[in-house]
Ligand binder design. Structure first.
Ligand code: M6P
Ligand code: ZN
Length: 182
């Protein structure tokens, strides 16, 4: 396993995400072909939906910067896969650096919440809640996430069933609707 990076104090604004990116330890790209079954319709396999840049902190937390392209697959907005954490105790903090999004959270018992995420705002994701972000704007949606090192990603449940709600474009506006395939 790679040594954790030793970090200097740094500031992160939408203007200087390149500094975060050039210091990242891991880069994940999710294209249409990586997200088969997540949207109601399948995306063009080569379409870039989002990227994640990760920085492993030297102590108890890691960071992830998600940059999501604007766009829709059919009428459904670009979104992350979404995941539960493997660790039952792992919670997470999300901060929106730019763009216009929605975070959907769902507990193991099926309780559901959706909250807007706009520049300058943040959200707390309690342990035990699955989470997905959705870009409902016309520009890149940029999000900084901070999570415990042992959080882990459990994609299986969401890949199989999705969330109880989907976010679609209806008459030029976003609408939160029941997921017909849940
Ligand atoms: C945030 C964090 C990351 C996560 C990323 C993309 O940056 O929660 O841990 O990987 O969003 O989400 P997903 O893993 O569901 O594709
Ligand atoms: Zn998470």
């Amino acid at each position: 396993m790679a040594e954790p990076s030793l970090l200097e104090p740094f500031r992160l604004r939408k203007e200087d995400v390149h500094t975060f990116i050039s210091n990242s330890d891991n880069h994940i790209m999710r294209k249409g072909k990586d997200m088969i079954g997540f949207f109601q319709e399948d995306a063009d396999p080569d379409r870039l939906i989002y990227e994640v840049f990760e920085i492993r902190g030297p102590h108890s937390t890691d960071m992830g910067l998600t940059i999501m392209k604007p766009g829709k697959i059919g009428r459904e907005y670009h979104m992350t896969k979404g995941h539960f954490h493997e660790s039952e105790s792992a919670d997470e903090y999300y901060f929106c650096l730019s763009g216009k999004g929605i975070i959907v959270m769902q507990s193991a018992e099926g309780e559901i919440r959706h909250l807007p995420m706009n520049e300058g705002g943040g959200v707390y994701v309690p342990s035990g809640w699955a989470h997905r972000t959705i870009n409902i704007g016309d520009d890149d949606f940029m999000l900084l996430a901070i999570f415990p090192k042992d959080a882990g990603h459990d994609y299986g449940t969401i890949e199989e069933k999705g969330f109880r709600i989907v976010v679609m474009e209806v008459d030029g506006q976003f609408a939160v609707m029941d997921n017909p395939s849940f």
